[in-house]
Design a protein around this ligand. Sequence first.
Ligand SMILES: [Ca+2]
Length: 383
Amino acid sequence: MIVTGKNIKRGLGICAVTMVAAIAGCKQAGSGKMAARQDSLPAGDTIMSCTSNLPARFAAAASTDTIVASGKSSYTGMVKIPAGDYQMGASDKEGRPDEYPQHAVHVNGFYMDATEVTNAQFLEFVKATGYITTAERTPDWEELKKQLPPGTPKPADSLLVAASLVFTPPVKPVALNDVSQWWQWVKGADWKHPEGPGSNLKGKENYPVVQVSWDDAMAYAKWAGKRLPTEAEWEWAARAGLTNQPYTWGNEAVEKGQPKANIWQGHFPDQNTVADGFARVAPIRSFAANAYGLYDMAGNVWEWCADWYRSDYYTQAASKQSVNPIGPAASYDPDEPTVPKRVVRGGSFLCHASYCASYRVSARMKTSPDTGLEHTGFRCVKN
Ligand SMILES: [Ca+2]
């Protein structure tokens, strides 16, 4: 049975008090196969957006105010991305509605980290600054309720704890409109314990740091003397000089030939054949770089961008010349209007063709800036 939005909420009880954060790996209603599924549902049933019905995400506010640039900023590990003009957005019919219309963008040249920021790099930052990430802080209800619809009751104290979202695959097929079937709010999950308190970073120095919020990524970037890429820079870099190709490597289907990226193979989210060698996060540089020398611009972990997310931003952007666009002035996600969100790009190890094709260069997703997830990290850029 397809679970409706109504009984999902009932089933989750207090855990659905907030439905903050975004999940990667989702096909929004209104496009592709999800639209087809929607059409086949009995009247009254609704495919919910991938950003709804996530287990409670009670984040604490972080601040970068106390972070000071290390003064050791370098271009080591970065590659030069040339200036150029391109058509931003989906050029084919595979995109979600927010990838249209394609529109002309000019981007100045910049440097970009060749890889996602690693646990070793993030550790260096934490050691130097004493920074405590969002997921390690106890949430403040007074702050939290500002993001929630008016009248939302205070959740149980047992839920207002330092925690983060961990991928917890179900043992059998589940309705793909209910991300709470594979995401769990886990006390003690944070960047040092990405899969929960029983996990650690031993041997994972060269893995991308995950369970970091947008605020955490901004703090790191400030310390490193860098910044987060704009969404336009990110897509330009992912396209790597190719024109209107769907993937960072060109147009060959993702599952054809040699593994091209760390994604999901098999049946999502209950069966992963691990044909690409990785069930969860993979070490950086495990797959071929794109033509600019950038690794993992598709799959592995989602990457935070600087921009606010607006579902209709491309409609606005198409009406004027876009030179080094920095995104909309404010966020608006019609799926969760009370929750401001930032853009994430690139897809993750949870992306699968049947459900999410966010390893496509134009795919956009949105996540509230205080959210940490096991499949979300970042890389930096520098002028
Ligand atoms: Ca994989």
